[in-house]
Every structure is written in C-alpha cells, then in structure tokens.
Design a protein around this ligand. Sequence first.
Ligand SMILES: [Zn+2]
Length: 479
Amino acid sequence: MTLPDRERAERFLKRHSDVTALQLAGGIGVRKDTAEELLSELSGAGDLDFPYEDLWYIRSRGDGDKRPAEAWGGYGQSFENADKIYTYDEVRKHPSDDWLLNAWRPSERMDHQLLIFDIDIHKAPSDFDPDRVGVPKDTPVVKSQNGGFHVYFLVNSTQTAKESDFEIVQDIPFDIDIRGEFVKHHVVAPSDIPGVQSGYTIQNDTDIARVLDADAAARSITLDGSPLLKFNRSKAGHSGGYERGEVDPPADIPKCYAAGLTLRHEAPEDENLNTHKVNVLAALSGLAHGYDIETVVDHYVEDFYPGGECHADREKTRYQVEHIAAKLDSDQYSPPTVPTLQEYGVLPQDEWCHCGLPGHSKAAENRSVFYDHDLEAIANANGIEADPYDDDRALLLACLHARDELGLEDAKPPYSALTEIAEAEHLPFADYEEQILGERTYDTASQIFRNAPPSDFEREEDDEVDEVEQFLTELELSG
Ligand SMILES: [Zn+2]
C-alpha cells in the first residue's frame, strides 16, 4: 500500500525538522520539485500576505457549502473558550477539511472586526462591464467559486451592525452581500491557505486594510468611480433580542428542540402536560437555533404533527410561529433554559443539553447553585478580604458560610472550592496540573465540604502563608 505523497511528507516532517527539499525527496522517494511543492504547502511558509493565522475558523459542510457543519454557538460567545471555533493551528491539523472564516482573532481585544463585501457580479447580465466596479488595491480580494468576489476589511469598531445598515446607493444589476463578524456572517475560506480546501482563491494577496469606520470601507467600493455603498447604523433594533437570523441552523436537529417536537408529537393528550407551553418552548428552541419560520412550520405540521400530517393547519401554525418569532426578536421571550425545559417535562430532570444555545453547555451543567447567591456580600459579612470570584480560598470560605447561613447543605459546591479543600488537606489529585480531583478525592473533598466549619480553613490559610514564608526564607539562606 502506498500513501499519497502529501501524507508521507507530513509524517516525514513530523520526525525530521528543518529538512531541505532534497532531503525530503530522498526521504519519501519523490522528485525534488514535488518535494519543493510539498514543503512549501506543508510548512505554510508565509508566502501569503493574507493574514490567515490571525483569523478564526469554523468547519463548513464542504463542497462550497457556506453553512457550518457544527452548531458552533454564534457570535455572542468568547471565541477563545469555544469548542467549535478553531485557530489556524487547529485547522492545519485537519488539512483535508473545508473551512469558513468568521472573525479576526486579535479582536478578543475588541478593537477590529472583519467586514467583507461579497460582490455577486456574476449575476449581472453579460453586457455589464465588470471593470466598472472598483475595489481598493491595498486589501485582499478573494474570487468565489461562481465568479463573484469578496473584498476584505478590518473595521475599528467594538459594536456589530446589521446587513441592512449597508445601503447600495447606485442602480446595479447584481447584489452585494455583507459578511464577516461585523454583521455576524462568515465566508468560505480561500484555498490558498495551506490546508484549506475550497473553490475560492485569493486574487489580491495582501494584508487586510484597516478602516476607521464601516462607512469608509463601504464607500471604497465604487461604480464608475463613485461610491457604490454607504453605511448608516440604524438607531432602532440594536437594543437586544436574540439574533436568530444570524445563527445558522445545525445539520441535525439539536437535542432540546428535538425533545420539544417529539414530546408534542407523542403525547398530545397528556393531561399533565402544558401543551401550549411545550409548543412555545419547542418553537423558541427551533427559532433560536436559526431555523427560519417556514422550516419550523414544516417541523410542526409535517415531521412532528400529532396524529399525522393531514390534520395540520399550516396557516394557523405559521401565524403562531411568527408571533413567537416576533417576541423572540424583540426580547420579550428568550431561548428556553435547560431548567425551564426540565420543568415542563421537555427534558428529563437529570438530562442536560449541550447544543450551544445560551446556557446549554457543559459549563452551565456543572455550575454550582452557590453561584446563584451573592458570595461577595457573604464574604464581606464574614470578614473575608479576598474576592471569592477571584481567589479560591475566599470562594471556599464564602461557600462554607453560605452553606450554614442559607441552608445549602445538600447543594453541589463549586469545583474550585473542592480543589481548594484538596489542596489544603493534601489530598491526591488525579491530575494536579489540570486541577482534576479524580472521583475519590472529589468524594472526600465533598464530604469535608459538607461537614467542616469555616474556621478550619481560616486557620489553615495563615498557617500556609507562614509555611510559604518559611520555605522562602530557607531557600534564601541555602541559596
Ligand atoms: Zn439545547
């Protein structure tokens, strides 16, 4: 069996760093020019000016599909901590996958956001001269699969905008879509990026131009020399509401939405069930996941209609779903939380959903009810000086006081409070570096948490400071 050259080259480069093309050619038995090609492809050796290492990526469904393959959680989250948003380093490890670009990485500092104009010039009639459209020379232009092109900018802005804030001010026979995190939309990544596959190619390879405001970027796209677009941030509509239009529905129906649809499908006559509420919760889940009104109506009247499709009243259902969507958009309703879904029997009491809707995450599942109380106030009232949200010992002490004062004996303590106990009591960690307790230490620490008076850990803190000071003194003396 012979492996493709690329795969063999990858393996070879893993074992030997800093090889020449000749060494690679000899090592995997290919011609020198093939080795040169492989080397430049695999090293990603910065022969691109396009700053692909400074961008965030999400997985696409492949074959030029502009939709994400995974429920990646949307733009309202910390990208640094998101599971389904990838750095270029992670992209490089999966070189056969298709990727979407969605944001400028240094924007964790919130200073610049990616703004891309997707100019669908291929939709113009054949007598339209494409040269009439002007784009800046100092910013990347990426040609899309069908002949349109993407023009990239970085806007100095901490706020996002809506696509509708951009206006086409001249009469043109084609569309311009607005993309990038600035309007919470992504684009297909160009295939020039090493390890990325797509039908998109970079035409103007350069760093991305920074602009002070979106209007400057908009006006730099011209028709016969005059601005083709302008940007006018709308005053209304930025006050809130779940931005469902800016979330892509996942390929598979997520657990919480599926549970709602299934419940109304299977138990329409159950008297213990608040059918109206279940309908509303299911619709909210579906809409929050980015399914449009028509798709949710389809789910309701075709795929999940109680008692079979023929009884479905599509018009009535659409009216209801539109009503729920309007309330979601205007912030009167929010996407249902997991505890709410549990309360109405949509999800079983002991089951969580990790679909990525707000609160539908692992972190939320593991969240301790102690955090529902004002631990800072409890710390203050008990003379604990450090901030319990910042300092684990202060957190432990505040929780022990909260346990006694608020009757939280049976509540699950924060994990950090337990690691602090394990630390103080010198219990063994399964992985100290990662602060993982392991089952036995978790149980032991939980038991101590239930029974120990706060004073046990107040004293210990002073002792520990003394111990550290003593150790440092000894170190100084011996050094
Ligand atoms: Zn969910």
